[in-house]
Write a protein that binds this ligand. Structure first.
Ligand code: NAP
Length: 247
């Protein structure tokens, strides 16, 4: 178990990639604090983890845009589990629309959920990680944060911002033995890509070099590695988990 007794805080853990990360981290022995807005899905994730691995995560249902709740969550996690070794900033959303028709509200929503929350959580864990003299921060970006994508100006800008933020935080925190890396998934089978419809999914399948969508577990495996001691000399990197799409 490569994360034995490490404490991990994971956002967006009610479903999709975040839930897969929670399960993979629990399998590797981590103690978990999980966040999302949907309380019943979050409780379901916690029950599944308890049944499979015998430890029940603590959980917090709130919107990641709420800075007071972010700080309260970090404090309660420290009070309950004593430390935070790993932060996975995974919560994210889309409001796709061509640029000319995109509303200011949809721009603000996507930027604040996908990017501002990464700043809020990272800032909140920085002091305890500095005191611990170690930490791992993993930010979920996207292949489109590197390439751009028509219809996703807000989403691509937020994910490009996550990459720039990751590199900046990595430079600031390296001397404190805190690594900060990003994962850039391609098309992964979750609720987020289920919205695309079969036709677009089939077209994308033809464009992805490995010829298929990825599984949430394949992203989670990369997060486990980045969170582990084995990744101690990796910081400021963007790891593509995209079937070759981002080459
Ligand atoms: P998903 O299935 O739609 O799940 C999104 C997660 O984020 C859910 O747990 C959701 O929880 C949480 N979330 C959304 N808005 C939130 C808010 N305001 N406050 C708190 N939690 C919130 O998405 P996914 O595919 O697993 O994506 C996970 C991450 O990977 C995202 O950052 C996404 O941008 C990124 N990504 C995904 C893909 C892909 O192909 N799927 C590709 C590249 C990058 P609730 O619904 O309970 O609030």
């Amino acid at each position: 178990m490569i994360l034995k007794d490490k404490v991990a805080l994971i956002t967006g853990a009610s479903r999709g990639i975040g839930k897969a990360c929670a399960i993979a981290f629990a399998r590797e022995g981590a103690k978990l604090a999980l966040c999302a807005t949907n309380l019943s899905l979050l409780e379901q994730t916690c029950s599944e983890i308890e049944q499979q691995f015998g430890q029940k995560p603590i959980h917090f249902a709130f919107d990641v845009r709420d800075s007071a709740k972010v700080n309260e969550t970090v404090k309660k996690t420290l009070d309950t589990l004593s430390r935070i070794d790993i932060l996975v900033n995974n919560a994210g959303t889309t409001r796709d629309q061509l640029l000319a028709m995109m509303s200011e509200e949809d721009w603000d929503t996507v930027l604040s959920i996908n990017l501002k929350s990464v700043f809020l959580f990272t800032k909140a864990v920085t002091k305890p990680m500095i005191r611990q003299r170690s930490g791992r921060i993993i930010n979920m970006s996207s292949v489109v944060g590197k390439t751009g994508n028509a219809g996703q100006a807000n989403y691509a800008a937020s994910k490009g911002g996550v990459i720039a933020f990751t590199k900046t935080a990595a430079k600031e925190l390296a001397k404190r033995n805190i690594t900060v890396n990003a994962i850039a998934p391609g098309f992964i089978q979750t609720d987020m890509t289920a919205q695309l419809g079969e036709k677009v999914a089939a077209e994308m399948g033809n464009v992805i070099p490995l010829g298929r969508f990825g599984k949430p577990e394949e992203v989670a495996n990369t997060a486990v590695f980045l969170a582990s001691e084995q990744a101690g000399y990796i910081t400021g990197q963007v790891i593509g988990v995209d079937g070759g799409l981002g080459m």
